[in-house]
Design a protein around this ligand. Structure first.
Ligand SMILES: C[S@@+](CC[C@H](N)C(=O)[O-])C[C@H]1O[C@@H](n2cnc3c(N)ncnc32)[C@H](O)[C@@H]1O
Length: 500
């Protein structure tokens, strides 16, 4: 290895970055590739940056200036070009949705605050969709990716029969508990007192299987959490499940982690209240919310149904649903299993890393799927969408050019994502009444240097399976993690069951 401090030839560095192309390289990747010292690479990069020959993108990636704007490159499909093509092919121009869309707007609201789910959407958005649909009382409202139950809570509150499917056990627990409006506050408080009394008498218990448990929590917090966990009532009575949710909801706030939206360590330790104080505040909020919702009891719809199942296979009542509202996982958006591993482990839904891997295999594909997953196929499926082969080819081309990337089968992950959504689209189509609508919040992505219009592909997939595309409205802009300067979007796609 050449000595540190000796500058690297500009030509050598430019050539290495040129090979990485639009994907760029980190300092460590360049150091490994050029067998050089990272400090030397940094010095050389800064020199080139001073001459505007290289640019630093998001996540520590460096690219040659010519790759700064993806849209300038031959063959790169820009969001604008794809939207124009969509309008030509589907006769629908992208509009604008005005109104709150993210869960941030909802996380302090009664009931919704019981288990803040950053991946959720806003209750106000769901209310708007319900109100404009103007369904008859008691009509069925479905959410096939129900998450923490935002759709179900609002549907029941508006007098509808709510159906939800959700595979992630802690989220399904949240959806069940949050839609049980009839839970008497006194029963909850009684169960809470018995729980706390028992927990105070218990000795600290065994730690969950997660390797980083000692890093995630202080020793004192761990003692309190294991006592609380071991005293939780095991029945599936509504008040017992509410206490389980309450326990789950204090895990992250009591830890050194945060979710924003992915799980990560906080920069600075925050000494907040301990778990016992947190569950006490939580039960107070729950009882207040139950009392306040009871005042509108006359408007509630029938009890909600929450199926803790795979939405690709769930059996739904045929042709009985008046409206579906949902937000699926986004292509490469989120590894829900990784992000909720604390809840899964502490609540006893997973006892090993193998359990987590099994659950991940059943969720809609994300890029943490193991390479060995039998569902990851590199052969292009022609039944998904005619746009997909070119996108998959672009990803493959970028990966082949760079040579090293987080995973060399990203094209297979993207294909598997759309293949996973297809049976859900068919399932919802069967469940809806003729002419009923399905409103979907979904985003686009930038993956391995290729643009993947997830929202428009979702709309096209639905159209190919018997839906009419009513509208695609952009609700907000997001930033690509790969390139901070690349604007992604989140859209509201409105579909209608076309037959009948
Ligand atoms: C964007 S979130 C939905 C959030 C929800 N709208 C809310 O407000 O809480 C997508 C959900 O889909 C779930 N999911 C992923 N794959 C699934 C599958 N195969 N079957 C059912 N649910 C699945 C994830 O666990 C996640 O909770």
């Amino acid at each position: 290895m050449p000595a540190a401090g000796v500058p690297l030839a500009d030509r050598t560095l430019r050539a290495a970055l040129g090979e990485a192309g639009p994907l760029g390289s980190t300092v460590l990747q360049l150091a490994a590739r050029l067998r050089s010292d990272p400090d030397r690479i940094i010095g050389s990069l800064e020199r080139l940056a001073g001459r505007s020959e290289v640019v630093r993108m998001g996540r520590g990636l460096w690219v040659l200036r010519e790759f700064e704007e993806l849209g300038d490159r031959d063959g790169f499909l820009t969001p604008e070009a794809v939207a124009e093509e969509f309008e030509r092919a589907e006769g629908v121009a992208l509009g604008t949705y005005r109104g709150p869309i993210t869960f941030t707007d909802t996380q302090d609201r009664p009931i919704h605050r019981w288990w803040p789910y950053v991946q959720g959407y806003s209750a106000e958005f769901v209310r708007g969709v319900l109100e404009s649909a103007d369904l008859p009382e008691g009509a069925g409202v479905l959410d096939p990716f129900a998450g923490s139950g935002t759709t179900l809570v609002e549907a029941r509150r508006h007098g509808y029969r709510a159906f939800g499917i959700e595979l992630l056990p802690p989220a399904a627990l949240a959806a069940r508990v949050k839609t049980r409006f009839e839970l008497p506050p006194r029963a909850l408080v009684g169960a809470y007192r018995r729980w706390i009394e028992q927990a105070r008498r218990r000795a600290p218990g065994a730690l969950p299987f997660l390797r980083e448990t000692h890093r995630q929590f202080s020793a004192r917090t761990l003692r309190d959490l294991t006592r609380l966990r071991d005293a939780l009532p095991s029945s599936d009575r509504p008040e017992s499940e509410a206490l389980r949710l309450l326990f789950g909801s204090v895990l992250i706030p009591s830890s050194r982690l945060h979710r924003s939206p992915c799980l990560g360590y906080r920069r600075r330790a925050v000494d907040g209240p301990g778990p016992f104080a947190r569950v006490e505040a939580g039960v107070r909020a729950m009882t207040e919310d139950l009392e306040s919702i009871a005042r509108a009891r006359r408007r509630w719809g029938p009890p909600a149904t929450v199926l803790e199942e795979d939405a690709r296979r769930a059996v739904l009542p045929k042709g009985r649903i008046g409206l579906a509202i949902t937000s699926p996982p986004y292509v490469n958006g989120m590894d829900y299993v990784m992000n909720y591993k604390l809840d899964l482990a502490w609540l006893g839904y997973a006892s090993s890393y193998a359990d987590l891997a099994e659950l991940r295999r059943r969720e809609v594909a994300c890029d943490n799927l193991p390479r060995s997953d039998p569902g990851l196929q590199r052969a292009i499926r022609t039944d998904l969408d005619p746009w997909l082969p070119a996108i998959l080819q672009a990803i493959r081309g970028n990966l082949a050019r760079k040579g090293s990337y987080r995973r060399d089968d990203m094209d297979a992950v993207v294909q598997r994502y759309f293949a996973d959504l297809l049976p859900v689209v068919e399932n919802v189509h069967r469940a809806l009444k003729p002419r009923a609508r399905w409103v979907v919040v979904v985003g686009d992505s930038l993956l391995a240097g290729a643009y993947v219009p997830g929202d428009l592909l979702f709309a096209r997939l639905a159209r190919s399976r018997g839906f009419r595309i009513v509208a695609v409205e952009v609700a907000r802009q997001r930033r690509s993690g790969q390139r901070r300067s690349f604007a992604l979007r989140e859209s509201v796609v409105t579909l209608e069951r076309a037959d009948g």
